[in-house]
Structures are given as structure tokens and as C-alpha cells.
Design a protein around this ligand. Structure first.
Ligand SMILES: Cc1cc2nc3c(=O)[nH]c(=O)nc-3n(C[C@H](O)[C@H](O)[C@H](O)COP(=O)(O)OP(=O)(O)OC[C@H]3O[C@@H](n4cnc5c(N)ncnc54)[C@H](O)[C@@H]3O)c2cc1C
Ligand SMILES: NC(=O)c1ccc[n+]([C@@H]2O[C@H](COP(=O)([O-])OP(=O)(O)OC[C@H]3O[C@@H](n4cnc5c(N)ncnc54)[C@H](O)[C@@H]3O)[C@@H](O)[C@H]2O)c1
Length: 458
């Protein structure tokens, strides 16, 4: 016999946790289904512990900048406080009791196990908290993503790391090969490098962070190389093996790269095969669960987070989850709008970006004007000196006279982004941006320089 509830949420990562908690607090009968840990990737193996690692690596880098600026400093990296902080403060030793209790305190019911659709508004959960649930209002899919492992011959037979192993490591490896120079690859490469690991990043495309502005990617490449990281772009691995203690990646050129560990960070993908999507008329072989702007995937079925393919970020998961919550509760509010989607890669320099890159804007047929400013040339960048590398790039849709994208790379690059995200979202005219006051001497005052360059270039 199926048990009747109001809503079943499959997957309790940041997206599922948000929508399930909101609906339970509103008094609905909500079942949250989770196969692993409530909270999932972000707090246990992603954003939070990786940013703790980055904070620690940043402290080392700042200390190394003291000579010539503030005296002398001897830096002795020690991974143990980082590992302890991740174990004790971030993850409770990968125990989700606090998160599970938080959901129950809101009135939700947690079903531990693997959920799948077995018909419209029907979910079967296999596991200790299992059962069959009829969801009167509907079902929310928030099942996230998993690492995408490329089909490199031999890779499936070697004990490579994914982000989970790199986050849970109790000591830094002597050497590390990082396959993939995207966000995970560059963030973790820099951290481990700062703790003394000899790091090589192998990226298939022509640059690191290939989805970002080339100016930002070039800057990051220069900084990482200066820190001693080896970067191989346009590099395709044709084989992988594990010889005794060492991992070997064979490149197309025949060159062999060797290290103590191999981290695979080549993107993430949704796994829709076992979710029973065919029982509601959707394609289980699809790459993502496609939704309308109200996050509706089918009648009585919504999706939120990584699984929708709009950007694998916690802020996207929570944004979409909030739309689903409003839809189910009948609350007014706008549908999803990704024009000003912000993203920050937390390297040093941080790479902030919002909206379209120049390339994306041109591909859409927009008439584009760009403006560029170098952070070291700004008053604050010059004052900052050591570690001041950065660049600000603006992308204008000339016909509308508004910014459609921006990149802010530099110290506090992620924080510099905020004003530009508002400008893109609210379509603030470039003329207005040019004639406002930028506090002196902030890093974001460099935006004024980039605006000047934009107008000059036009
Ligand atoms: C190393 C790393 C660093 C990151 N850093 C950042 C960052 O700084 N900022 C940022 O915004 N994002 C960051 N991200 C991305 C962020 O973690 C994800 O975008 C976010 O976790 C997505 O949330 P979600 O709810 O969509 O899915 P997930 O967090 O993937 O959660 C999905 C949950 O669903 C469960 N599940 C799946 N299928 C089933 C099923 N059939 N039944 C029951 N349960 C199921 C899974 O067990 C999982 O717990 C990072 C990711 C990684 C890996
Ligand atoms: N700061 C953040 O917000 C943050 C941090 C980490 C991760 N994330 C999220 O997690 C997602 C996954 O991160 P990711 O770094 O794994 O993916 P990614 O898509 O950012 O980068 C993957 C990289 O691997 C490269 N690649 C793919 N196949 C390859 C191969 N066979 N050989 C060499 N290179 C190959 C790609 O060209 C790409 O540059 C990100 O897209 C992002 O949305 C966000």
C-alpha cells in the first residue's frame, strides 16, 4: 500500500534540502529521500571543505608575500590542521546527523535509501527508510551530479582520486597529476601546490578554465606556473596505468607523466538511468532533466539543482529550489532567469564571472564592445603589490547599451563581481555606470577604468 504525502523530494543536497525544508516549514507532509548524506556534495566533499583548504593555502601564500612588504616570515606548511578542520568542523567526520535533525525539526520526514519514480506522483524508496509514497502535490528531483570519468584506456582500472578523496586526504601527496583544468582542477591544484605537492595539470582544451574569458585563464595560468605548477594544455591522455606506487598518464605525444596520485576532475554529469523517468514519459538517456522556467519537468514533477544542467553551483541549486517551493505553495514570484548567473573560481587570484563571455556574446550575434582594466594599474592594486594580479573585463551589448557579461579576476575577485552582477541583471545602462561614484581606493574602482576602456575602444 502506498502512503499518501504531499511532496516527495528525491535527493537532499543543497537544492533538495532547501525545497524540502521550505515545504515542511509551510506545514506540508514532505518526505526527503537521500541515498547518502543530507547536504551532499557541497558541505561534505565540495564547496565548504574545499574553501577551508583554499583559506589555508591562502594564508601560506600571504605569509610568503611578507618579505619585501612587512619583514621576514618562515612558513612551514602543515596539512594536519586542514584535515582536522574538515573532519571536525565541516563534516562531523562525514556524519549528517545535524542536517537530518534540522530537516526533522522543520517537520520533514527523512527516508534513507534510493528513490525512483514508479509512476506519476509515485516514488518507491529502496533502503532502510523505504516504502512507496503517493505525492498528492508532486515530486521534486534534486539528484545532483557525479564525477564524469573520461574514457581514457586503463583509467577505470586505476585507483584515481575524485574530489571526494582529495577533500578527505589526511596528508598531501608528494606529487599529483590533475586531469582536467576546470574549477575543481585549478582550485585543488593550487591548494596542494601551496602545501608542497608537485602538481601537474593536464587539460584537453587550449587553456585552463576554457569556459572563462581567455584573459582570466591566461592570468591564472601565469600565476599557477609562477607558483611551480606544471600546466599542460591541449593535452590528451591516451592511457592511464598504476605502476607499483606511481600513476602514469600517457599523452597523445607519447610523453608519460608520473605522480603519486591522480585526481580526475573532468566535469560532472547527472545520472538519470535509474530514476524511473520513463514511468512519467521522460527520457532516462537524456543528459539533464529539462524544465520550463517554473522548474516543471512534467505534470506534478519539478527539478532543481545540478540535475537541470543550468550550472553546477550551490547558488543555482538553491535558486531553483526556491522557485519550486514557491510554485508548490502557490506563492507569486518570477520564473528562472539565468542572464546574470554568477560564478567564482576560488583560486588566488579569484576568478569571478557573470553573464556572457565575449565569445558567447559574439556567438549569439550580439554587436559587442569590451573594456579591459589591469588590477595592478589601479590605485588599490598598486598599493596591494604582492599578489595583486588581476584583470577586469566588461562585455557590452552595443545595441542596447548594457553590460551582458563581466569578469573580475584578482584579489577579492568574487566580491568585486557583485556590483557587475546587479548591472547585468538590472540592465543598468553603461552611461549610468560611467557616471556613478566608485569608492577610492577599492579593487572594484577598477570597473571605472574598464568602462573608460570600453568607451574608448568603441
Ligand atoms: C570540489 C567541489 C567544489 C565545489 N565548490 C563549489 C563552490 O565553491 N560554489 C558553488 O556554488 N558550488 C560548488 N560546487 C558545486 C556544488 O557542490 C553543487 O553544485 C551542489 O552540491 C549541487 O547541489 P544539488 O542539490 O543539485 O546536488 P548534489 O549536491 O549533488 O546532491 C544530490 C543528492 O541526491 C542524492 N541522490 C541522487 N540520486 C538519488 C536517488 N535516486 N535517491 C536518493 N538520493 C539520491 C545524492 O546522494 C546527493 O546527496 C563544488 C563541487 C565540488 C565537487
Ligand atoms: N568555485 C566553484 O563554484 C566551483 C568549484 C569546483 C567545482 N564547481 C562546480 O563543479 C563542476 C565540476 O567541476 P570540474 O572542474 O570537474 O568540471 P569543469 O567542467 O569545470 O572542468 C572540467 C575540465 O576538464 C577538462 N577535460 C574534460 N575531459 C578531459 C580529458 N579527457 N582530459 C583532460 N581534460 C579534460 C575540460 O576541458 C574542463 O576544462 C564545475 O563545472 C562547477 O560547476 C564549482
Amino acid at each position: 500500500m502506498a502512503e499518501e504525502v504531499d511532496v516527495v523530494v528525491i535527493g537532499m543536497g543543497p537544492g533538495g534540502e532547501h525545497v524540502a525544508g521550505r515545504l515542511a516549514e509551510a506545514g506540508l507532509r514532505v518526505v526527503g529521500v537521500e541515498a547518502e548524506l543530507v547536504g551532499s556534495e557541497c558541505p561534505y566533499w565540495g564547496c565548504v571543505p574545499s574553501k577551508m583548504m583554499i583559506r589555508a593555502g591562502g594564508l601560506l601564500a600571504e605569509a610568503r608575500r611578507i618579505p619585501g612588504m612587512a619583514g621576514a616570515a618562515r612558513v612551514e606548511p602543515d596539512w594536519s590542521p586542514v584535515a582536522s578542520r574538515i573532519r571536525d568542523e565541516a563534516t562531523d567526520d562525514w556524519n549528517d546527523q545535524v542536517a537530518a535533525d534540522r530537516f526533522r525539526d522543520k517537520g520533514g520526514r527523512l527516508a534513507r535509501g534510493r528513490g525512483r519514480l514508479t509512476g506519476p506522483r509515485t516514488v518507491t524508496v529502496d533502503g532502510p527508510g523505504g516504502g512507496v509514497f503517493e505525492a498528492a502535490r508532486g515530486v521534486v528531483l534534486a539528484t545532483g551530479t557525479k564525477p564524469q570519468i573520461p574514457p581514457v584506456p586503463g583509467l577505470d582500472a586505476v585507483p584515481y582520486w575524485t574530489n571526494r578523496d582529495a577533500i578527505a586526504a589526511t596528508e598531501p601527496p608528494g606529487s599529483l597529476l590533475v586531469l582536467g583544468g576546470g574549477s575543481i582542477g585549478v582550485e585543488l591544484a593550487q591548494v596542494y601546490g601551496r602545501f608542497g605537492t608537485r602538481v601537474t595539470v593536464v587539460e584537453a582544451m587550449g587553456s585552463l578554465l576554457p569556459a572563462d574569458e581567455p584573459e582570466a585563464a591566461a592570468l591564472l595560468t601565469e600565476v599557477l606556473a609562477a607558483e611551480g605548477i606544471t600546466i599542460r594544455t591541449d593535452a590528451r591522455a591516451t592511457a592511464a596505468r598504476h605502476d607499483g606506487d606511481a600513476f602514469v598518464l600517457v599523452l597523445e605525444s607519447g610523453e608519460e607523466l608520473t605522480a603519486d596520485r591522480l585526481l580526475v576532475a573532468t566535469g560532472r554529469r547527472a545520472d538519470l538511468r535509474d530514476l524511473g523517468l520513463e514511468t512519467v514519459g521522460l527520457d532516462p538517456a537524456a543528459r539533464w532533466v529539462r524544465t520550463d522556467s517554473r522548474m516543471r519537468a512534467a505534470d506534478g514533477l519539478w527539478a532543481a539543482g545540478d540535475v537541470t544542467g543550468h550550472g553546477a553551483f550551490t547558488h543555482v541549486a538553491m535558486y531553483e529550489a526556491e522557485i519550486v517551493a514557491r510554485e508548490i505553495l502557490g506563492e507569486p514570484g518570477p520564473g528562472a532567469d539565468y542572464r546574470a548567473l554568477p560564478r567564482v573560481t576560488f583560486t588566488d587570484p579569484e576568478i569571478g564571472a557573470v553573464g556572457l563571455t565575449e565569445g558567447q556574446a559574439r556567438d549569439r550575434g550580439l554587436r559587442v564592445r569590451t573594456g579591459l582594466a589591469q588590477v595592478p594599474s589601479s590605485a588599490r592594486g598598486w598599493i596591494h603589490k604582492a599578489g595583486n594580479q588581476g584583470v577586469i573585463k566588461l562585455v557590452e551589448d552595443v545595441d542596447r547599451g548594457i553590460l551582458v557579461g563581466a569578469t573580475t579576476a584578482g584579489p577579492a575577485g568574487g566580491e568585486m563581481l557583485y556590483g557587475l552582477a546587479v548591472a547585468v541583471q538590472a540592465e543598468v545602462p553603461v552611461e549610468t555606470l560611467r557616471h556613478m561614484i566608485y569608492a577610492y581606493p577599492t579593487f572594484h574602482r577598477g570597473v571605472e577604468d574598464a568602462l573608460r576602456d570600453l568607451v574608448k575602444g568603441g
